[in-house]
Design a protein around this ligand. Sequence first.
Ligand code: PMP
Length: 416
Amino acid sequence: MRKQYLSPALFHHFKDPVMIVDGSMQYLFDEKGRRYLDAFAGIVTVSVGHCHPEVNRAVIEQTQRLQHTTTIYLHNQVAEYAKELTDRMPGNLKVAYFVNSGSEANDMAMMMARLYTHNHDIITLRNAYHGLSEATMGLLGQHTWKCAVPQGAGVHHALNPNPYRGAWGNDGRRYAADVADLIQSATPGKVAAFIHETIQGVGGAVPLADGYLPAVYKMVREAGGVCIADEVQTGFGRTGSAYWGFENQGVVPDIVTLAKGIGNGLPLAAVVTTPEIAAVLAARLHFNTYGGNPVSCAAGRAVLRVIDQEGLQANCAAVGGHLVEELRRLQGKHDIIGDVRGRGLMVGIELVKDRTSKEPAVAEVAQVFERCKDLGVLLGKGGLHGNAFRIKPPMCWTTADVDFLVAVLDQALSEL
Ligand code: PMP
């Protein structure tokens, strides 16, 4: 039925696809009742756990009372949620605009940056992923997701500060020099924005080299631009060492975009910015039908409560630390593991045919990915070359889950 009635654009990566019909915290179940450990959380979307009882309760209560009207009426959920969300942001990031997807949030962030600065040019990174609307496709730095449609007017792709594959290793300031060069050579000397993920998610869980963001934020602001952090994958404590990914490099953005884990699976996304930048949208009419609907906001509020009550940021730090340690141990055993990287429960593994040439081991990744599924673990896979595993589980993972994953990976890699 999927083949017959759904767009052929839908892909599933598996030779033998899996059908998931139930979920409970870090586990998923297929239609035959077989249990899988979820290491991908629906692409980092299920933040606090599948069907978390507190999120369920909030959603059911709100659903039974009122599902949706429109933002032209007042409602407590959206206002209280905006306060609770922005209370968790640093600096003057105190105003939220709710939408339904990460692409929409980034579309809005681009527009607000251009309106606020009166500049047009936007700097993004190679290997970036910010969505698949036409505007955000222009920001994308991976050919695999790009279509031959008009996109990216005024957008410039800077060198990716990739500590594993980049020319300057983990020295962020050297990559930042490329941004200065881009501003001088490809723009009128003024830019609207610089946009970045803080660990590139779809790109294969690639962290930005140390010291990169402070250097680039300074250059971009000197050129009249604002800095946009796309926290769609890295937010809400997932990196363990900070609540927001950007805090790991000690910067405070002017605009933050949020989606995926923000609603634990419900359609919810947000643009958070300063009152001054937010004001630019009030010059015209702006409206989003489902944005800020009470049910999604109830879920968003429950997610914030659960993260606090269950200490999930600290859990990500502890369990993620154990994960990276165990994966590095596995790297000592299997030469094919070229790189283990990430923070907290946002981790990537790159398989290479040779550690010196770093030639991507694409077929091997596909084989291990399928085998892990058969052994009961659902991993993520990606990266520009398709040779990276992405491990971004629900934040309720335990060290026992890590040990199971590592045992399964060890077996699958040994069978190669
Ligand atoms: N930004 C990032 C960092 C993402 O990973 C994604 C989705 N993979 C998006 C934006 C786009 O989100 P959506 O699919 O909800 O439009």
